[in-house]
Design a protein around this ligand. Structure first.
Ligand code: PLI
Length: 459
């Protein structure tokens, strides 16, 4: 049996939000009505919402009180300076362009860096990153290590870039075709897996050799630092703050969604060290987001994020955060449910190819499992598989991703372990009767981003 000791949280609950339980019959009818796409569910019909950890954190009393002093000035907002100071102090970057969320930071960065036909390598691009690169006529390339695709190996840093793959890509395409290299920490598309300090450092060395800028997609930077502390030799006695500063010091900047590790409900930024890039980015920021001292955020949002950037570096918080995700993962492993191992930082990812091995990818097994989990206990999760992957642009065949996953993302500071037990029990019940679960097919498939707007029916 796995060690599932769980340290009590270093906070208590001051404000609560009621949840409604629905009946199985109600959920069955509702699923039919919404075309079996859980994005169409109203949250009032969801008992436990594990759709995402993005923007769903519970804020602290300090964050709420910081919001009251938000400075809503159009120009020169003191709240912007609080955010800027937090980024400089905690991440070490020189310049901050505030955006309404992470994807807006990607938009600005790629606008100033990518030319048509350029290649942008990353361990694994997140969907919005990929889409923004394609939008600028660039070509996103995943160069994650091969261990990332072995769901049962316990390799501790499955978010690492394969340095040889990256080097070969640079040599093959030429450094002028690669405007930047990125690493996503933690690697969301690969199971919330961290990249090691050694790997980040090696990417820095390689990119420096070829004079290519290196950026982090840093949404879950603190969770990545926590894993480095726990898993990488030489970091066990360093503080999270020290580890974060070292990680960031190897990069030229980062795109950042404040909706994850900054414990905020909205917001993001592009952080940079290069003044010329900052000045160029600022002009696009004004066009797409807003003036340089608020970008896409209100003053109060910037205050909440500045405070969140402090709280997330508290090692006690991080310990209980990551351990809660592990608690769920271990319960599933005890019941022999196949999940990505090691357990990720923000989510447990069920290996659907193994869970529903009788359903071919064209019959959308990840979607089938997501629907079944909602039906079983009112739990919303998200498919990260064939539906999300979309179609080949020329043949229009379904893309069959190597990993067919169901993600159970755990919002920060929101659910208790009693909720987590409900999730584990529901999945265990489903696992026992998995042979009876059938696949799905599209009845409406939009031409793009089908994950969000498609409608399905059971086969
Ligand atoms: O949702 P945004 O625009 O604030 O951030 C986009 C984004 C960029 N990178 C990574 C690694 C993400 O995970 C990410 C957003 N993630 C979402 C919405 C999620 O559910 O995982």
């Amino acid at each position: 049996m796995k060690n599932n000791n769980y340290q009590a949280e270093y906070y208590k609950i001051k404000m609560v939000e009621p949840l409604k339980k629905t009946t199985r019959e109600y959920r069955k009818n509702l699923l039919k009505k919404i075309g079996y796409n859980l994005f169409y569910l109203d949250s009032k019909d969801v008992f436990i919402d594990l759709l995402t950890d993005s923007g769903t954190s519970a804020m602290s009393d300090s964050q709420w009180s910081a919001m009251m002093v938000g400075d809503e000035a159009y120009a020169g907002s003191s709240s912007f300076h609080h955010l800027e100071d937090a980024v400089k102090k905690n991440m070490g970057y020189k310049y901050v362009l505030p955006t309404h969320q992470g994807r807006a930071a990607e938009n600005i960065l790629f606008l100033i860096m990518i030319k048509k036909g350029d290649y942008v390598p990353n361990n694994m691009h997140f969907d919005t990153t990929k889409a923004h690169i394609l939008h600028k006529k660039g070509i996103p390339i995943d160069v994650v290590c091969d261990e990332a695709f072995n769901t049962t190996s316990n390799y501790p840093f499955k978010g690492n870039i394969d340095i040889d793959k990256l080097k070969n890509l640079i040599e093959d395409k030429g450094k002028d075709k690669i405007p930047l290299v990125m690493i996503t920490i933690t690697c969301n598309s690969g199971g919330g897996q961290p990249a090691s300090m050694e790997n980040i450092k090696k990417v820095r060395e390689l990119t420096k050799k070829y004079d290519i800028p290196f950026f982090l997609d840093a949404c879950r930077f603190a969770e990545n630092a926590y894993f480095i502390k726990k898993r990488e030799i030489g970091y066990e006695n360093k503080s999270i703050r020290e580890i974060v500063l070292e990680m960031m010091s190897y990069s030229d900047g980062c795109t950042f969604s404040g909706k994850k590790d900054a414990l905020s409900n909205i917001g993001g930024f592009l952080a940079l060290n290069d003044e010329k890039l900052y000045i160029e980015g600022a002009t696009w920021l004004v066009l797409f987001e807003g003036f340089i001292t608020y970008g896409g955020m209100s003053g109060r949002d910037m205050e909440a994020m500045a405070q969140g950037l402090e709280e997330v570096l508290d090692e006690n918080y991080l310990e209980t955060r990551v351990k809660q995700v592990e608690y769920l993962g271990n319960k599933l492993l005890e019941a022999n449910i196949p999940i990505i191992q090691p357990i990720g930082g923000h989510a447990v990812y069920v290996d659907v190819k193994k869970f529903l091995s009788h359903i071919p990818q064209d019959n959308l097994p990840g979607q089938a499992l997501a629907v079944e989990l909602y039906l079983e206990a009112g739990i919303r999760s998200v498919e990260i598989g064939t539906v999300l992957a979309g179609r080949e642009p020329i043949t229009w065949e379904n893309i069959h991703p190597k990993l067919e996953l169901l993600r159970l993302a755990i919002p920060r500071r929101v659910y208790t372990n009693a909720h987590i037990n409900v999730v584990a029990n529901a999945l265990i019940n489903i696992y026992k009767r998995r042979e009876n679960i059938k696949g799905y097919k599209f009845i409406y498939e939009p031409p793009r981003l089908r994950h969000f707007l498609a409608r399905f029916k059971p086969i």
